[in-house]
Design a protein around this ligand. Structure first.
Ligand code: NAI
Length: 249
């Protein structure tokens, strides 16, 4: 088992990519704290997954709250003994023409998708520096380096995640901690559930592989980056995008 003996936290773990990552990493022997909003399905999901490999615990945490994020990492460390891998995955969508955003809409997307990743990584780094080891995976997107109409706030946040990850990786490397980001293409998760059919077809056409991604395909990349197999990988931005970005760079 590739994560035997590792203790892990996944934010936004009750759905989609986060949930698939929890399930995948449990199977590889990790103990996983599945964290999500208090009103989410997280508790039930964690109960159903507990013991399918490692232990699975639920902890409620809204990544827009520094106090809740700090408590999440402190509680996980106390209960499991260490925090070895953190997947800062919680995020929200939000399509609108730039002229239509209110300040509140714009700032909410930035606060969850960028500041939430920062809060999570900061709390994880403090714990991992004490341990002298750890691996953080931040969830960006292909929109971390590419633009798309209607995503001014989202792409600003994800671009911030990609570049913040590089800086964190440089700071953390001498202290035994790796920090990487992933850039999923369009993945068939509840985040995309409200897409009209014609837009879904248009999105599929953007991926040379000819389909949307599956959440477990992203989970596999997180598993690799989180594990010791990636021991010389830090500061990377790993695309998991069915070739979406290949023709654009
Ligand atoms: P999802 O909507 O299925 O899951 C997101 C989870 O985050 C939900 O369980 C939700 O409750 C949780 N969440 C939302 N706000 C939160 C907060 N303030 N605090 C804690 N948890 C919160 O979405 P999906 O698709 O699994 O997305 C996961 C990540 O992957 C996000 O960061 C998203 O931006 C990113 N991503 C998704 C892509 C896609 O096509 N689905 C493509 C590229 C990146």
């Amino acid at each position: 088992m590739r994560l035997q003996g590792k203790n892990m936290i996944v934010t936004g773990g009750a759905s989609g990519i986060g949930l698939a990552t929890v399930a995948r990493c449990l199977k590889e022997g990790a103990n996983v704290v599945l964290s999500d909003l208090a009103g989410s399905d997280g508790a039930a999901r964690a109960k159903a997954l507990d013991g399918q490999g490692g232990r699975c615990l639920f902890k409620a945490c809204d990544v827009s709250s520094t106090a809740q994020v700090d408590a999440l990492v402190a509680d996980a460390a106390e209960e499991l003994g260490s925090v070895d891998i953190v997947f800062a995955n919680a995020g929200i969508g939000g399509l609108a023409d730039a002229t239509e955003y209110t300040d509140a809409d714009y700032l909410r997307i930035i606060d969850i998708n960028l500041n939430g990743v920062f809060r999570t990584a900061r709390a994880a780094l403090r714990q991992m520096y004490r341990q002298g080891s750890g691996s953080i995976v931040n969830c960006a997107s292909i929109l971390g380096t590419l633009g798309q109409s209607g995503t001014a706030a989202y792409s600003a946040a994800k671009g911030g995640v990609v570049n913040m990850t590089r800086t964190l990786a440089i700071e953390a490397a001498p202290r035994g901690v790796r920090v990487n980001s992933i850039g999923p293409g369009y993945i068939d998760t509840p985040l995309l559930k409200d897409l009209p059919d014609d837009m879904r077809r248009a999105l599929i056409a953007l991926h040379p592989i000819g389909r949307l991604g599956r959440d477990e395909e992203v989970a596999n990349a997180v598993l690799f980056l989180g594990s010791d197999e990636a021991s010389f990988v830090t500061g990377a931005y790993l695309l998991v995008d069915g070739g979406y970005a290949a023709g654009k760079s």
